[in-house]
Design a protein around this ligand. Sequence first.
Ligand code: NDP
Ligand code: OXD
Length: 310
Amino acid sequence: MTLLFVSAADDPEEWAGALAALRPDIPFRVWPDVGDPAAVRYALAWRPPADALPGLPNLQAIFSLGAGIDGLADVPEALPPGVPVVRMVEEGLSAGMAEYVAWQVLDWHRGGALYRAQQQAGEWRRRRSKLAGERRIGILGLGVLGQSAARMLTGLGFPVAGWSRTAKTVDQVVCHHGADGLADLVAGSDILVNLLPLTPQTEGLINADLIAALPKGAVLINAARGRHVVDVDLLAALDSGHLAGAALDVFSTEPLPPDHPFWRHPRIALTPHVAALTLARTAAPAVVAQIARIERGEAPLHVVDTGRGY
Ligand code: NDP
Ligand code: OXD
């Protein structure tokens, strides 16, 4: 009943320790040291090499090390057909994303960039700020992370609306859905937060048309995937002044190439894809709970629906 760890981006020792503390009976192996392929029941993976998982005859589930599944979906040849792929849903990721979104929202809301520039210029100038209740936040994606961010923001007093594919009811959040709901959400967002999964339907969604539909002076926070945004359209909107700023954690190419204009743009606050990182200490209990479900003969939760792409 081995668990096989396959990721060059995560620390196997941290995971080995966190899992052993909960389930010392499950042997932990790090690819390519597979041992007996027939003994491998579970894989914990991110961007697995094409030959890592096919050839494991008793594999029962592939647990993604990330919430986004592009780390697995981008390498379809690495996924044995018929084996469920399970998204990472764990409290550390949800809390981390809510913190990141709150940090960026509050920074723009209170004029962080402005006052940092004033400090550089030695300028003492006080400006009246809106109150949280006067700044409308729109969240693209009302899934696990979108709802976690929404809870944090409503707690801070911001009016929050959200957008999803299917209709939703979320406490204190004005919920929109589907193609028709997008226009209403965007038109009423002083700060637009992107927490969508990357699918053929959402790739390039944040383009010139969507940005033009935002109120003048709006801010974009993208913590989902870089390919949701059309970079040149974002730059044009920042340069024209239609958008006041953008906080970007994710990029079409990562690491962001050194000559990319985002690096030095005065209205962009940039972080290196750290909004929410899966933490072994908080994620191991979630993985162990999923294994327990499978052992009881139940289906794991948060299985990726390959048809809808997330
Ligand atoms: P979920 O699957 O829980 O939620 C996705 C949400 O997006 C759902 O509300 C879904 O609608 C909605 N959605 C999907 N497709 C569409 C569409 N075509 N139109 C409208 N709404 C749509 O994902 P998570 O919240 O767990 O994660 C979201 C993303 O965050 C991940 O995919 C990943 O890309 C990114 N991420 C980034 C991290 C970072 O550090 N920067 C860390 C972790 C994740 P419905 O509810 O109707 O299904
Ligand atoms: C994730 C990420 O998807 O870190 O979990 O982006």
